[in-house]
Design a protein around this ligand. Structure first.
Ligand code: AMP
Length: 420
């Protein structure tokens, strides 16, 4: 029997891994130009951290957590997202908040026990940022433009920015009250789950994908009309900056995102090329979370982008270039002595930054040459019994078929010269 990866998880293999590496490198360069520093938090956390921050009545906490008791009887879970972990790490470490606040970026796997489908996994990868310490709408503009810059750098063009404001903590209570009042009158028309949601946490009704609930949601008053003057001003100013940056957006007046901690700005970047799972990235402001998790009262904003979705969108738009990096030299040795001598040389060349590999099998020269071709090696270096005796190695340039003998004493310099 051959074991298989668990449902909703997958191996990332060559050549696709090259794309992951490329995207990660591009992202790191952009994060650095925005002055964000990397944070790596544990994949396992205390369950309560997410119950408290993401919210007890959210789908993530109610249905999607990989939680279990560890051997010491602690309730732990695999992280479903990274915002709560970043805030926890910040509070635990007593990192000083500089005037500009703390700016983190992260990359890594997240876990949600969702029903697997295209673009939806149980282990998926996010890259994201968290800015702790400011309530300025300029920071919202910064993280939104950063997320868009990432998508552009990855080669994605067809996506839409959806934007909304939920107002402050008090406003969310007002919105919830208003919505409950309206929906209560049409309770029977809601799905069974939303009837429960309406009682426990009415904003979660807005996450529902059922047609009949969606129709009722569309009739609710837009959240930006129900928020206080100060939050309206914050939202207005953000929109002005986005316009200044020539960033197009569409206001989605019922966008809440499926997590409880959001306040004021929420946004989503949706692909026009993906189907049902079309959200490439999502985020927003969470001005109460730091205090809620035991810290000072500080504004914060962040977003996360789903790597698998980015790759799917790139595949759909045919902007994928999965060319394997070609090898500088493929070494072919014939016989035991040549094997040892070649291996020694190969280790020296690797230290010089040359990419070189050899075939460790006993196959024929012809078979090894075929392998060099498949690997798209620039050069093949052949060392056989004869070459050792003569003190010459045979170098073949694969594109031209040109062959030459190189003296063993200055082989390293000669190879470096040809590869420069
Ligand atoms: P969220 O943390 O739910 O706001 O999601 C942020 C981003 O993570 C989404 O826009 C998706 O790109 C990605 N994402 C969320 N859940 C999944 C999943 N189950 N599988 C793959 N990507 C996901």
């Amino acid at each position: 029997m051959v074991y298989k990866a668990l449902p909703g998880t997958k191996d990332i293999l060559p050549p696709e891994i090259l794309l992951w590496q490329e995207l990660e490198e591009k992202a790191k360069a952009i994060f650095s130009s925005y002055h964000y520093q990397e944070i790596r938090t544990p994949i396992m956390e205390e369950l309560k951290l997410f119950v408290r921050s993401v919210g007890e009545t959210t789908d993530i906490v109610e249905k999607e957590m990989f939680s279990f008791k560890d051997r010491g009887g602690r309730e732990v879970c695999l992280r479903p997202e990274a915002t709560a972990s970043c805030v926890r790490a910040y509070l635990q470490s007593n990192l000083p908040l500089s005037e500009a606040g703390v700016k983190f970026f992260y990359l890594g796997p997240m876990f949600r026990a969702e029903r697997p489908q295209a673009g939806r996994y149980r282990q998926f990868h996010q890259m994201g940022v968290e800015v702790l310490g400011s309530t300025s709408y300029l920071v919202d503009a910064e993280v939104i433009s950063l997320s868009i810059e990432l998508l552009h750098a990855f080669g994605l063009k067809s996506f839409l920015l959806k934007l909304n404001s939920l107002g402050c903590f008090e406003d969310k209570k007002v919105i919830s009250e208003k919505y409950r009042e309206i929906l209560f009158r049409k309770k029977e028309e809601l799905c069974l789950l939303c009837q429960k949601r309406m009682e426990r946490n009415v904003l979660r009704v807005l996450d529902c994908k059922e047609g009949k609930c969606k129709r009722l949601i569309a009739e609710l008053p837009p959240t930006p009309e129900l928020i206080c003057k100060e939050c309206q001003k914050h939202f207005q100013s953000l929109q002005e900056v986005l316009s200044l940056l020539k960033i197009d957006y569409r206001i989605e007046p019922h966008l809440v995102r499926g997590i409880d901690y959001y306040t004021r700005t929420v946004f989503e970047l949706v692909s026009e090329e993906l189907g049902a799972q079309d959200a490439l990235a999502a985020g927003g402001r969470y001005d109460n979370l730091i205090e809620y998790l035991g810290g000072p009262s500080l504004g914060a904003v962040g977003f996360a982008l789903g790597m698998e979705r980015i790759i799917l969108a790139l595949k759909k738009s045919c902007r994928l270039n999965l060319e394997e990096k070609c090898l500088d030299i493929f070494l072919i040795t014939l016989g035991e002595e040549a094997g040892k001598e070649g291996f020694f040389l190969m280790q020296l060349l690797r230290k010089k930054g040359i990419s070189i590999d050899m075939d460790y099998t006993e196959k024929s020269l012809k078979a090894k040459m075929r392998r060099a071709n498949r690997l798209k090696a620039k050069f093949v270096l052949i060392i056989g019994e004869e070459e050792i005796k003569q003190g010459n190695y045979l170098l073949r340039e694969m594109s031209s078929g040109k062959q030459e003998l190189l003296r063993k004493e200055n082989i390293t310099e000669e190879l470096c010269k040809r590869l420069r």
